[in-house]
Ligand binder design. Sequence first.
Ligand code: SF4
Length: 888
Amino acid sequence: MLRVTLNGQAGEFPEGATVLDALRAASIAVPTLCHDPRLKPGGACRLCVVSVKGWPRPVPACSTPLAGGMEIETHTPDLEEGRRASLQLLARDYPREALRQFPEKEFHRYLRAYGLEEEAVGQLEASLRDDSHPYIHVDMSQCIYCYRCVRICAEVQGQFVWKVLNRGEATRILPDSGTTLRESSCVSCGACVDACPSGALEDKTLLLHGVPTEWVKTTCPYCGTGCEMRVGTRDQRIVTVRPALEAPVSKGHLCVKGRYAFAFNHAEDRMTRPMIRERGEWRTVSWDDAVRFVAARFREILERYGPQSVGVLGSARATNEENYVAQKFARVVLGTNNVDCCARVCHAPSAAGMKLILGTGAATNSFDDIEKARALLVCGANPTENHPIVGARVKEAALRGASLIVIDPRRIELARYADIHLPLRPGTNVPLLNAMACAIVEERLYDEPFVQERIAEWEEFQEFIRAWTPERAAELTGVEAGKIRAAARLYATSQPAMCIHGLGLTEHGQGTEGVMCLVNLALLTGNMGKRGSGINPLRGQNNVQGSAHMGCEPSHLTGYVPLENGRALFESVWRAPLPSRPGMNMIEMMDAAAEGRLKALWAIGYDILLTNPNSEMTRRALESVELVIVQDMFLNETAREFATVFLPVASSFEKEGTFMNAERRIQKVRQALDPPGEARTDWEIVCDVARAMGKGEFFAFGSAEEIWNEVRQVWKAGQGISYARMEQNGVQWPCPAEDHPGTEVLHAETFAGNRRAALRRVEFRPTAETTSPEFPFLLTSGRTLYQFNAGTMTLRTANTVLHPADFLDVSPDDAARLALVNGERVRIRSRYGETVLPLRIHPGVKPGELFATFHTAAVFLNRVTGPHRDGYTLTPEYKVTAVRIEKP
Ligand code: SF4
């Protein structure tokens, strides 16, 4: 600790602190304008200058390291006069009318504090205003040239949108388009707005609805990164969302979805009353009637067809508590293990592949390891679009010198920052990763001590993998052998090295085996159980990890405990028997429905029709289900076509609970708004139906916290995670006791069960989905930065201005060959169906391949995707579909 004196008071502060850190810790306020805790200290505005005894002149507190023995004065008459003079200069050009609208802006507060409001005599200039962006109002006549916007865009987002032109009086800050923000490379994260102290950049929603009267901290409802945010509300409306500075993952940053895409809460078509459909017509009913109806129909179907005829789907949209209650309902009330969730269509292969080898099916490391890794291997993930805060951290790491390897058929944004990009043919992850393992073994780049100590089946693996030469893989993958070897060397020799993967690895016929091949690489090189390493699946949705982990999984109970291993504990805590017959996962439920074996399905927050592949097949399956209950915020496509009952629910801004992010962190979800109309939380609805079916004693929960406390009883690795402990930063499991700190890195000493991890010998089984003269292109699909999955939320926000429609990316070569022009609408036809969508000529796509987004019901891309599945988990092979392009 460093002992210093601040304004005559002695104090102790940690090593490495700046003078400003010490002042803030001691609650001594000095003004700052260019300072932002997320940025490197600038020391340019000189408002924070302080005197240090014995030093010749005042120094900026923000950029001066604290040293033991310093005697610091902060408010001498000279220092205050200097601050006043600096502010006076800035006030001279600042428009006074801008002071009135947001009196709490930093700059406005300082002018008031130094009695300088009257000296603000600048003018608002229409020529410096830019309202082109749907969310951000720009008025550079309010700019005070602190450059926080310029620096945060570069240092935190890695985007470099804001440029400084000219010098002195002629200085101007402009977006990189040279014209409007809308036309620039802005990714709409809003960081520049958060950083701006003067109102030159402001949220349009604040100008429209006024400043918030209340703030609530909660967790983002979109992707699995788990950013924390402060939600500003006024009159039961969200008027702004700001990043939580202390958030462990996002560290004071959000992407466009978390920051701006909240208007869906207030959408006009938000469903607010339960409904029952009779003779094709929807009828609004009371909750009592809806619950009675659901209970009666379930009873009737159970009596006629038995418990294998019913199923429940939880989802990432619901909290951990709600998913826990949903699976308990399936098992205790319906007496079936037919329960699943949306993990089935994304990362079930990650959970299965990692559990099989490592014993735990979840990310081994934390997002903070991105900055600790010397190499990052990003495989089948596009984080700058889909997990933008992770993407920004990876980009910043690469800009700071970390090696970056990108494995992706397309030249995604991260490929521009990569040392090596391996643009493999879709569906060839297994040969590519095997070949990297082969190169590591051949060149003896493996971690010998780690292999000797912690790996099993090493001899067998060596023998197997030597056949997978990069030359052999080159023919299958289309990637040059030299590049594969170079990537293997870079990954193996830059220690520690961290793998990050996404659905480009999992949504394949060999999804689970692809994950195993990636795990092999980490094990071979000793990149396991230490900081900056490991295997880290980027979970696509806020709580998809939590929904499966809470037991919305036919063969696993809460905590991902296999059904049979957990039976005794669960039966004793629940005081109810568990069904013994194996359950069906969602894909098997759809098959059973098509064969007339599934009679009732309750879908909580999951739009089956729009989301599942091969929608004609899904449609035929749902047509055979007698009772479809949809529980959602909006009448989704499944509800429109097939539901008998619709139950309206609260959004995550309208309820309490927890989400589990992709690094196993459980974080609080807090209520900022009342649910609209009669909408209710998912868990309340499920408990009511349980009561109506005579099983209320097992569902006597009065709050989300009570449910969570029952989760802690049945899940040993979560026992130490209380609501009180989650208040601050959430906690990463395993955390078996209240005094356990939580676990940032898994497998540090040993693998689950104190065993060695066996390297897997994975043979390549090519996909059945092949091109032919009739279907010459391979189509892959994915999300964009601005839209989210089925579009339920983002399509009801101004993100539609930034990204109005799904599109098809075609390589320039193919476009020229087929005489296709940018923006024209084309039909894509597969062996399973067809759709029409606008075309974009994109240099990042290779000839013979196509990429499309899948968010809108208008395009309904899953009309085209096929029936193939991962061999272990049945996760659909969304990433490979043979198609042809036609002019409509
Ligand atoms: Fe939300 Fe994901 Fe964006 Fe973070 S990165 S703000 S969690 S959508």
